[in-house]
Design a binder for this molecule. Structure first.
Ligand code: LMG
Ligand code: NDP
Ligand code: PMR
Length: 388
């Protein structure tokens, strides 16, 4: 317990009002959202900051007659410039209940993507975030805070997949790229933004990290070689070849680099991180931590580095043979559900969907649910991103 308390970011050690101990969220904070000038690296497409619960205008002057409605929520989605992230951004923005902050590395691409997806001006804000640089992650957090928007939901969605790579590439901080972007960049982002989520007065605050079936060896898909396996994390402990040039770029310390395995390993990290965050912070903050497998979205940019024959055959293979295929639009709705469906508030869960697109709590593989590994991963990751 003492160790847990020591690990809590300062502002997180306070009790959330839901827990009853100290109702720190005052009415005034609830009703006014600070609005500051938009920072230079952020294109804001709306004028009004999402407002706090407002009284619906009515003819009566009696405050008793005024119905309270929920203010618009603010959700940050990383990698919202294509695929699942874009589809979820669109689905959420279209409800009018959410303002979407699209946290993207390629500003212009994101702007074009939002326009061509038909997202309404005013329903989203684009902010620069390159997860391949821990500096960029910190800058994003600073920019977001300066925007004055509250944070009600965070979706760690961005990812890269280098299926044919036999040699590693590295992030600005020198970590192997797949794990650096998919796990370490998100790990720092999530840890920093926990404070902001905790300050939000929104009724259900959520932190969502994308997982996948291919990181789970209790499935057929997870048994297609190369299989995910973090081993004893010795490669990660050694800095993923970052500062230790003789170290391994693979988490398990393997000598040879394998891009497909590095991606699957990074997905195990994502699923373990969600569970460790749940164990450390859910009870004290009331924040919901969740992961999901949205289905096989075989048409997204994730497979851009795969050989052309794979890209041609993979969608029909998934559609007609495995039947695991899901369209970008459908997957976007699934992710949007995890962000905002009032029935999906359970924390520590890995969501999946059945053929009728009904959500259910899925089982993670033994490795992807190992609490000792999750804790070790968390502690090593804190060191690598400069939090410990
Ligand atoms: C690697 O190859 C690449 O080397 C690597 O670079 C990277 O791309 C990686 O995962 C990505 O893949 C994997 C390779 C080897 O798989 C293939 O791509 C082979 C394709 C061969 C095509 C098979 C014919 C299928 C017919 C379909 C025709 C139309 C569409 C084809 C589209 C192709 C898209 C893939 O994979 C193999 O070795 C093949 C054997 C894999 C089977 C694994 C199954 C193991 C089952 C073990 C059971 C475990 C029990 C689990 C229990 C769960 C219970 C719930
Ligand atoms: P896409 O490639 O379409 O989307 C990935 C997004 O991540 C893009 O917007 C991309 O930006 C962004 N991104 C990549 N690198 C960085 C970086 N350094 N900094 C910031 N953003 C970055 O893939 P999907 O939509 O398929 O994948 C989304 C998520 O879904 C991933 O977490 C993936 O693991 C998961 N998933 C996907 C499945 C699938 O079948 N496709 C199945 C299971 C899980 P840009 O547009 O600039 O390239
Ligand atoms: Mg897979 C049985 C169902 C099933 C499902 C749901 C997926 C999902 N895959 C399945 C089966 C198979 N795949 C089989 C039997 C094979 C061998 C022919 C196979 C192959 C395969 C390859 C080569 N599959 C792949 C690849 C990739 O390169 C993708 C990958 O592993 O990326 C890491 C992939 C995927 N299969 C999936 C899903 C969701 C992927 C996308 C990657 C992800 O995000 O996890």
């Amino acid at each position: 317990m003492a160790l847990q308390a020591a690990l809590l970011p300062s502002a997180l050690s306070r009790q959330h009002p839901k827990k009853g101990a100290s109702a720190v969220v005052k009415d005034t904070a609830f009703l006014s959202v600070p609005q500051k000038k938009a920072p230079s690296l952020c294109v804001r497409t709306h004028v009004a900051t999402p407002t706090a619960p407002v009284a619906t205008p009515g003819s009566s002057t009696s405050s008793m007659d005024k119905k309270k409605t929920l203010r618009q929520g603010v959700v940050v989605i990383t990698g919202a410039s294509s695929g699942l992230g874009l589809a979820a951004a669109k689905a959420l923005a279209e409800t009018g209940k959410w303002h979407v902050v699209m946290a993207c590395r390629d500003f212009l691409k994101a702007a074009k993507a939002a326009k061509s997806a038909g997202m309404a001006d005013g329903s989203y804000t684009i902010m620069h975030l390159d997860l391949a640089s821990l500096d960029s992650v910190r800058q994003f957090v600073a920019h977001f805070r300066r925007s004055g928007m509250p944070l009600d939901s965070l979706v760690c969605n961005a990812a890269i997949y280098r299926p044919t790579a036999r040699t590693p590439t590295f992030t600005a901080d020198g970590y192997e790229m797949s794990v650096g972007v998919n796990h370490l960049g998100h790990f720092l982002l999530a840890r920093l933004l926990l404070d902001d989520l905790n300050k939000s007065d929104y009724p259900s605050r959520r932190l969502i990290i994308l997982g996948s079936i291919t990181g789970n060896t209790n499935t057929l898909a997870g048994n297609v070689p190369p299989k995910a396996n973090l081993g004893d994390l010795r490669g990660l402990a050694g800095g993923l070849a970052g500062k230790n040039k003789n170290g391994s770029a693979m988490i398990d310390g393997a000598e040879d680099f394998d891009g497909a395995k590095a991606y699957k390993d990074s997905k195990i990290c994502n699923m373990l991180t969600m569970q460790e965050l749940h164990r450390r912070f859910h009870e004290d903050t009331g924040i919901t931590f969740a992961s999901l497998y949205p289905g096989c979205i075989a048409t997204t940019g994730l497979f851009r580095e795969h050989i052309p024959l794979f890209r041609l055959l993979f969608p029909p293979f998934q559609k007609f043979i495995t039947k695991g295929f899901v369209s970008e639009e459908e997957s976007g709705k699934r992710l949007a559900q995890v962000v905002s469906d009032p029935s999906l508030t359970k924390s520590g869960v890995y969501w999946s969907w059945n053929k009728d697109s009904a959500s259910f709590e899925n089982q993670l593989s033994q490795e992807a649910s190992d609490p000792k590994k999750a804790r070790k991963l968390y502690e090593l990751s804190e060191k690598l991103v400069g939090l410990a």
